[in-house]
Structures are given as C-alpha cells and as structure tokens.
Design a protein around this ligand. Structure first.
Ligand code: PPS
Length: 573
C-alpha cells in the first residue's frame, strides 16, 4: 500500500484574533441569541478549531442537500455528515435572512456568531434514510433527529470567538493545530489514529500497537469524549482507563488526545467522517474496525449495517479522505503461547486454545463481581471499571411500590426498610406517599397533573439516591403507567428499578378503609379518589406482584427480599 504522510502545516480555523474576539463579544451582546444544545456545542467546537475543515459554518441548504444525497458539499468536496444548526420554528421565525446571531453555551457564554444565510425545514425522514440507512428510531441519531432536534435548520458562516470551556482533563485536549504542532515538534511524519468510545483492554492495545508497526507510524489514541452511544461507560472513567493503558506502549511511540466529538453512530458514513476529522488532526492513517461506529440493532432486531460496510465505504473514498485506512485485526488470545494473535493468522487453530471474553460477558462479570483474568485486561483498567460500576450487590437501587390507597404499600415498605437496615451495607430512604406529600409536595393536590408532578419528584429523589449507591423505597399510589415508566427510565440509568404492585383489590381496600377515606370518597366528600372516581392503571409487567389478602405483612416484605436476592441486588444470606 502507498504510504501516506500528512502535511503538518496549520489548517484554517474560524477564530478571529484575540483583540477582535474581545470586541466582538461586546458587540454581540445586542444580537439575538441561540442557546446551543450539548450536541451543537460539540459540533461548534470542531467547526471553529478546524476539526471539521473545510466547513466554514453550519451547512447551508444546498450543502446539506448535497451531503445527504451524495456525501458532497455543493462544490464537490467530500463530506458525509450533516452538521446543521437545528432550532425551533419559533426561533427560526424570529430571524431574518442575513442577520447575525450569537451562539451561546448553556451558561450563556458566547462562543461565536453566525450569519444566517439559509433557513429551511428539512425532510428528516429522507435524512434518516440517506445518512443513517433507515428511518428507524431504534437508531440513536434517528431518534435524536425526530425527537430532540428542532424542526428548522439554519445555515451560514460561523465566526469563532472562543472555545467551549472544559474543566476536566484540560491537558489532554488538543485542537487539530495543536496536535499538528506536536507531531511536527516530535518529528512524527506518520501517525495512525485509533478512534474509540470504549475502555481499552489488552486486545485493543495489541491491535493498535500492531497497526502502528505495520504502518511504520506513531500512534495516537484519539478517544471520543463528547457524546457517544447512550449507555456507554462515562468518559471520566474511560480517560482514567486510557491513561493506564498508555503506560503499556513503548515510550515515545504513542500519545493520547481527547476528541470532543458528538458521535452519530452512523457506521460507514461515520467512518469516513472520522477519517476526515483525523486527517485534519494531522494523522496519516486511521484504524477502521469491524462494525465501526455501529448503532446496535434496529427495531426488527437486525444490524443496521454489515460488519465491513464501513471499511468498504472508507476504501472507496480513501484518497479523498487523506488518511489511509488500517483495517482492524480481530485479535484473540492463544493460551498455549500466552499472547494475542490476529485471528486470521493462526494456522494451528485446532491444536491451541483460543480465549475470548465478549462485551456482554465482561459486563456480566463486572455486574456480578466475578473474576476478570489478566490475559483479558490490565489490572489498573479493571480496578477503574470496578470502582465506577461495583457489583450489583453494592450498587444503589429503587424499590417502587404502587397500589390503591390502603392496599398496604406503606406497611410493607416499612417492613422492607427495617429488614434492609438489619442487613446493613447501604443507606435506606423511605419515600412514602404521605411523607412525600408533607415534605416535598405539600402544595399539590390529586389532579392528573399534580399526581404526575408528585411522582416525578419522587422519581428524581430516588434516582439521586440510586446514583449515589443507596436504596430508595417509594410507596405512592402512582396511578399512571406512563409516569411510572418515566421514573423507571430515569432510575435505570443508575441502578435497578424494582416495581412492586401491591395488588390488594379495591373491594378489600374499601372494606378495610383504614383511614376512612373510601367512605368519604363514596359520599363525594373527597373528589378524584383513586379507584372510586379516578383511574388506576394496573402494572402490566412489574418485577413483583404481592397479594395481601390472608398474607402477613412480614411475608409480603420477605417476598420482596427474595426478589432482590434473585436480581443480585442483595447478596444471598
Ligand atoms: S399519587 O397519586 O401517587 O400522587 O398519590 P400519593 O402521593 O401516594 O397520595 C396518596 C395518599 O393521599 C391520600 N389521599 C388520596 N389518595 C388518592 N386519591 C385522592 N383523591 C386522595 N386524597 C387524599 C390517601 O391517604 C393516600 O395515602 P395511601 O398511603 O396511599 O393510603
């Protein structure tokens, strides 16, 4: 293969000089402001610092159409990804073509200005089909396009005033020109970049080292810390892991820099985009793996892209990208030789033991606190991952009781709390319906709107407790299924959500009428009373349903304990 060498001269940025920036900042005080979304902030950073060279701003309508249809700007230059400024209809209507707007971060700091030359309503279904391969909201970027992005796109040239501020890992962040200068200074003529959004283990270290050797190049670990796939290991943890792995390469062959990119998980197009970005960062080579930037399964349970589609598309456009592809070797561990080898180069397959741990298996071992062998990863990396994600029996979780008034939720919740406190290990908080209504929701009544607000507040507090490793026990009526689902989703980002339906029938609750409320409700003295004059959506698929008629409270609470054990949330006694 021909050996590319990058030209390490500076590339154009969109920033104005320091003095002009100070002036512009003051003048821009009078401009209409657009508050950038987190993704737009990532895009703007790379537009301004040259990471998205040759783009000079957010795409115009003509450029957008070209990019969507055939991956080219209107002047014919290769560009695979729509970099668009999506806004609400309301904001778009308040703008006149030709006007300058201020682009501000979420604290109101002005990062740049844009002269609005274009405003249009994109055909999002078309964009989804062409760019992401299917108009299917199981794709994270398609979901974003339809459910988060504004209806209208604005386009036009950007003037950069200042970079977005990052308070974390400041010394590890470099603009394209900073990296170019670094490579120049060290005399690194050829550099192979490795893109990643996952922690690196031994196989990655081996393959990147081999890739660099093969290309006779130095290596840049260039992990994405902007926005990756929902559910990924957070970037703080990952960077600590990368730092540990960096020490495993021969000194002065390898460096690392963090890339504040908002990924789209667009597979083949994303690979081409990643290559262009790396070429802008002074890299001559780029590693493209199996299923590069893959979004996972579509709504029919199939892969969005073929495993080598990204490599095929990249190869097709390689000469225009400016960074040569190094294809990813699938590395496996050969036990007898105690080393990693490319899977396709093992000739004595039948006589050796090939070991591998899949991503799913790794997550299971982490969740259950099981051994992760040294041949698989570096102890420092495993330690970081375990610190961030302790086994389930040490993670926070939420038990969410739901049921009619008087069903026995509070009583069982109290019993459960006491049993969990007897076991010890994690702090327990009881968010009982009545307690919450006294302390958190004292101004609320029982309309649908107020009940939803009440449940969302409970959910928020429970999610914070769960995030911080505690146990939250909630016991409201929570009559609306959609609201319970919302709370579940919020909490499941941090730990388990165990829904317990206390299934005491309305007749039984009314017969018990412990607070005398049913009588009042029947007489019309209490309005909107759940079960009598207000709805209750019976949970369809709760983790546990408990019957309370002829069952002791202690036994009900014990059923919950058994459920928690079977879910691995408490260690079996
Ligand atoms: S909700 O729907 O989840 O917000 O309700 P919650 O916060 O759990 O509050 C329910 C308790 O308030 C008392 N109460 C009523 N319940 C239902 N409907 C109406 N209209 C109503 N008015 C007052 C009742 O005592 C509930 O307590 P529990 O512990 O459930 O019996």
């Amino acid at each position: 293969s021909k050996l590319m060498q990058s030209n390490l001269a500076p590339i154009p940025e969109l920033f104005v000089s320091y003095d002009s920036a100070q002036k512009l900042k003051v003048e821009a005080g009078d401009l209409t402001s657009h508050d950038l979304t987190p993704r737009q902030i990532c895009d703007l950073e790379l537009l301004m610092n040259g990471g998205f060279n040759p783009l000079k701003g957010f795409l115009t309508e003509e450029d957008y159409n070209g990019v969507v249809e055939n991956m080219r700007l209107s002047n014919g230059t290769l560009w695979p990804m729509p970099i668009t400024l999506d806004v609400s209809e309301e904001f778009a209507d308040s703008i006149e073509i030709g006007q300058d707007i201020a682009l501000r971060d979420q604290e109101g700091v002005i990062l740049g200005t844009m002269t609005v030359t274009d405003r249009w309503v994109p055909n999002k279904a078309r964009e989804a089909e062409k760019v992401f391969g299917a108009d299917d909201s199981a794709h994270p970027a398609v979901n974003y396009l339809h459910n988060q992005a504004g209806k209208v796109y604005l386009g036009g040239p950007v003037t950069g005033i200042q970079q977005p501020v990052h308070y974390d890992f400041r010394g590890r962040r470099d603009t394209p020109n900073e990296l170019r200068a670094y490579f120049r200074k060290l005399g690194w003529r050829k550099v192979v970049a490795f893109q990643t959004r996952n922690p690196l283990h031994r196989a990655h270290q081996e393959l990147t080292f081999r890739a660099a050797k093969e290309a006779q190049a130095n290596l840049l670990l260039h992990p994405v810390v902007g926005m990756t796939k929902p559910g990924d290991v957070d970037h703080f943890t990952r960077v600590r892991c990368y730092e540990a792995v960096l020490d495993k390469y021969p000194q002065s062959t390898t460096t690392m820099s963090l890339l504040n990119l908002a990924m789209r998980m667009a597979g083949p197009r994303e690979a081409v985009w990643h290559g262009l970005i790396r070429a802008n960062h002074g890299c001559s080579h780029f590693i493209v793996g199996r299923d590069h930037a893959g979004p996972g399964k579509n709504s029919a349970g199939e892969d969005f892209y073929g495993p080598y589609d990204a490599q095929d598309l990249y190869r097709q456009y390689q000469s225009e990208i400016g960074a040569e592809m190094v294809d990813f070797k699938h590395m496996v561990y050969v036990q007898e030789r105690a080393q990693y080898e490319p899977a396709d180069e093992i000739e004595d397959r039948d006589n050796v033991t090939i070991l591998n741990i899949s991503g799913t298996e790794l997550r299971r071992r982490l969740a259950e606190g099981l051994e992760i062998p040294e041949w698989f990863s570096f102890p420092e990396v495993v330690k970081e991952l375990r610190r961030t994600k302790p086994p389930r029996s040490q993670q926070g979780f939420t038990v969410f009781f739901t049921g009619f008034s008087g069903s026995g939720k509070s009583t069982i919740a109290n019993a459960l709390m006491v049993k969990l406190m007897e076991m010890g290990g994690r702090p327990v908080t009881l968010l009982d319906g009545d307690i919450v209504r006294k302390n958190l929701s004292s101004e609320l009544g029982f309309s649908k709107e107020h009940r939803d607000l009440n449940i969302k507040r409970i959910g928020y507090v429970a999610s914070e407790i769960t995030k911080n490793g505690g146990i939250a026990i909630c016991a409201p009526i929570a009559p609306y299924g959609a609201t319970r689902r919302h709370v579940r989703e919020e909490i499941e980002q941090y730990g388990a959500f165990v829904e317990v339906h206390v299934a005491t029938s309305l007749e039984e609750c009314e017969r018990r009428d412990r607070k005398g409320l049913y009588k009042l409700a029947r007489e019309g003295k209490i309005k909107e009373f759940t079960g009598i004059s207000d709805p209750y959506d019976v949970p369809v698929d709760p983790e546990l349903r408990v019957e309370t008629e002829n069952v002791e409270v202690d036994n009900c609470a014990h059923q919950v304990i058994l459920k928690l054990e079977s879910l691995g949330l408490i260690a079996a006694q």
